[in-house]
Ligand binder design. Structure first.
Ligand SMILES: Nc1ncnc2c1ncn2[C@@H]1O[C@H](COP(=O)(O)OP(=O)(O)O)[C@@H](O)[C@H]1O
Ligand SMILES: O=C(O)[C@@H](CO)OP(=O)(O)O
Length: 413
């Protein structure tokens, strides 16, 4: 056991290493039979790493392929594979251009198999809007949805219906081809039809749900778009085989092992945290306070959570789910001794910022005040990034190459 914040950092960084995609992808290729021509399509924030691992393992068995990932996530060339970058969390012109290219290549090559490597972020990165929907429509709707407090299953229920490739429609487009999907899950409960909006998975959401989400979050749509939401997505697909190769549950189990190694008694509290980020922060501070009485665990202990909180962005500041959770924990745990919390996006980016998250303790709020800022005002303005930058508590890892949701570790010594 060392400095408590160093321990928190060690645990989250080592845990993320255990869910890097290379090994999981290679293990899952054992026994996979790919006769004839195979097209590799990789989408999402982990796409480049997943595709590189597959190409190295299978070599020329892959005829050709396409990677579509977020800007800054292509780490070099992959033989025979066209690697492209595009916008995230909002789609852009490059999203549409890269997707169109992938679809055209598949149409021309007519492969026997598509090896489909799916990771979170795929919704923004793999997109061809249905007729009647423009890129501007998609950007406007996504922008409002992402700031509405809707969860990812709800957001993707809308995205699927505006898209010609989401909600199983990609698999239906190439119904004569066998699609083998290997999926890195970043959706709570590993809902396969929600991860990257399930391009090759039977959709379980319905038009009624889509319309009720629009109403629930007070989003106004022009009548033509409302009509488009009423068209069903495929609920049955005969040409897909799907395997999950990594998830937040595995990262939490790894965190538990690393915490124990450092001398902390671990407890995985949940792998499906999905409440408002600032409420999760306050709640975890209440748990930290309870540790004065050695409850729920005897100190030293590590309370581990995985999931994806939500933020209703009403302010004008900069931040992300993990930074907002950490800032609210910092405020609510002010003055507590020997307590630290790390909250990080395993993909290395939290919200539209260059930070993965933050590591705070019971001195953080005092530190911010001493440096002339009121953390509460910053929280109110959704400006967690600048508050945590002031206290020097942002965690910056750069893109990690994986994406299995958010990991939160509360340490009490
Ligand atoms: N200023 C902000 N403060 C807190 N959260 C924010 C802010 N701006 C955007 N967000 C949140 O960031 C999320 C997108 O961040 P990102 O880390 O890219 O998500 P994901 O990992 O799910 O793709 C949005 O859902 C939004 O709620
Ligand atoms: O692509 C998506 O739909 C989501 C979930 O898989 O990922 P992210 O939240 O990273 O954009």
């Amino acid at each position: 056991m060392n400095n408590i914040k160093d321990d928190a950092r060690y645990i989250v960084e080592r845990s993320i290493e255990t869910v890097l995609p290379e090994k999981a992808v290679c293990d899952s290729l054992e026994g996979l039979h790919l006769p004839g021509k195979t097209f590799l399509l990789a989408i999402g924030k982990a796409a480049w790493r997943m595709a590189k691992a597959v190409r190295e393992k299978l070599g020329r068995s892959i005829t050709t392929g396409v990677v579509i990932t977020k800007y800054g996530h292509v780490e070099g060339d992959i033989p025979d594979i066209d690697c492209m970058e595009a916008g995230h969390p909002l789609p852009d012109d490059n999203t549409i251009a890269a997707t169109t290219k992938a679809l055209e290549m598949i149409g021309t090559i007519k492969p026997d198999n598509i090896l489909f490597l799916v990771s979170g972020g795929g919704s923004a990165l793999f997109e061809k809007p249905v007729e009647g929907v423009s890129l501007e429509d998609l950007v406007a709707i996504n922008n409002r949805l992402l700031r509405s407090g809707a969860n990812i299953v709800e957001i993707n229920t809308i995205r699927k219906r505006l898209s010609a490739v989401k909600g199983g429609r990609f698999a239906k487009m190439f119904a004569q081809t066998t699609i083998h999907s290997l999926v890195l899950s970043d959706v709570l409960g590993d809902r396969l039809d929600s991860i990257a909006s399930g391009p090759a998975y039977p959709d379980s959401s319905t038009c009624e749900e889509a319309l009720s989400i629009i109403d629930r979050y007070g989003l106004t749509l022009r009548p033509e778009l409302r009509e488009i939401l009423k068209k069903e997505t495929p609920h049955l697909l005969g040409n897909v085989q799907t395997r999950i190769i990594g998830s937040i549950g595995r990262a939490c189990e790894a965190a538990s092992i690393f915490a124990r190694e450092l001398g902390y008694e671990p407890m995985i509290l949940t792998t499906t945290l999905d409440c408002e980020a600032r409420e999760a922060g306050t709640f975890l501070a209440a748990i930290a306070r309870e540790e004065m009485y050695d409850r729920p665990l005897k100190r030293p202990c590590a309370i581990i959570l995985g999931g994806e909180t939500v933020v209703h962005v009403k302010g004008t500041g900069l931040g992300g789910r993990n930074q907002e959770l950490a800032l609210s924990f910092a405020i609510a745990s002010d003055g507590l001794d020997k307590v630290a919390l790390a909250s990080v996006g395993t993909d290395g980016t939290d919200g539209p910022t260059d930070a993965a998250g933050a590591i705070v303790d019971g001195d953080s709020a005092k530190e911010m005040i001493e440096r002339g800022i009121d953390p509460y005002i910053y929280l109110l303005d959704n400006d967690s990034y600048h508050a945590l930058e002031t206290s020097g508590e942002l965690l910056k890892t750069g893109p990690t190459g994986t994406n299995v949701n958010d990991l939160i570790v509360l340490l009490c010594q």
